[in-house]
Design a protein around this ligand. Sequence first.
Ligand SMILES: C[S@@+](CC[C@H](N)C(=O)[O-])C[C@H]1O[C@@H](n2cnc3c(N)ncnc32)[C@H](O)[C@@H]1O
Length: 286
Amino acid sequence: MSYIDSEKIIAATERPMARYLESMKGDLEDWMPLEHAAQMLLAGTAFNETDFAADFRPIIAMMRLILEKSASGGWNWADPDVQKVFCDVASGAVYMMYADVLVDMVIEILKAAPIRTVVEVGAGSGFVTGRLCPALLAAGFGDVRLVITDMLESIHPVADSFRSRFPGLSIDACRWNIQTGPPQELQAMLAAPVFVFERFCLPYAGCGAIGNLAAISDVLLLVDDLSLSGRKASFDHIYGRIGTQFLVLEEAFRHLAACFSRTHTCDSAVIEKIHSPVSTFTLAIK
Ligand SMILES: C[S@@+](CC[C@H](N)C(=O)[O-])C[C@H]1O[C@@H](n2cnc3c(N)ncnc32)[C@H](O)[C@@H]1O
């Protein structure tokens, strides 16, 4: 395993985190309206989405749909209503901002460590990958292997599409349910040191999957809401209806500490500025 300097990696995340802090302004400085909307949805109180900031409306529409669908037969990602509302959320300003911060983090970490493979876990339809690929080329990291994974078979056509759009990159794909250990096929695609990241996939698999991610990671970046207090907010109750697990920072750190020598909350300044009940960017280094 090549030498990885954890101090250097942590220092490298400071610049993207400063830009993240800077982007937390205007409506994004106060996330309580989202919690109020979730409370009203759970209570069945009628309200109009246009009473809320435009950036929050796709997220509120998704919470409303989760409640409607889970009350009438269940949530199915293949349902066209669900696909449309998730597409609106994923291409909305808030999700895009998180994707951009994440890509920024990946690039800065690559500058700080001799990483040879980047693995994106739970890549889904490639919202993050689509922003990462041009950034890798622009930063001169075309020789770093990119492996995208998801539990769904659809990861293969997603990878085909990125391979044809970005011939200058080496892109592999592997189907992987992270509730199980990394498949042999995936392990054969990796050149060490390996940097693994994921966004909004772990809540579907639970903290127990951290050990499986750690099995192939020299560096791991988790982009998920980890509750600081362990108390559920209204939107946690809503998302729970589509099978996401409520992740608590203390428990996630316990799993990480068993596998990594260093674990770091990257977004402390943002947590403080917006009085956030969750941390979102967690880094772990072997
Ligand atoms: C909310 S989507 C996020 C997709 C992408 N990371 C993004 O940020 O746009 C969650 C993704 O996690 C995947 N997923 C859910 N449970 C999983 C598991 N146990 N193992 C691997 N992938 C999983 C789903 O198939 C889906 O693509």
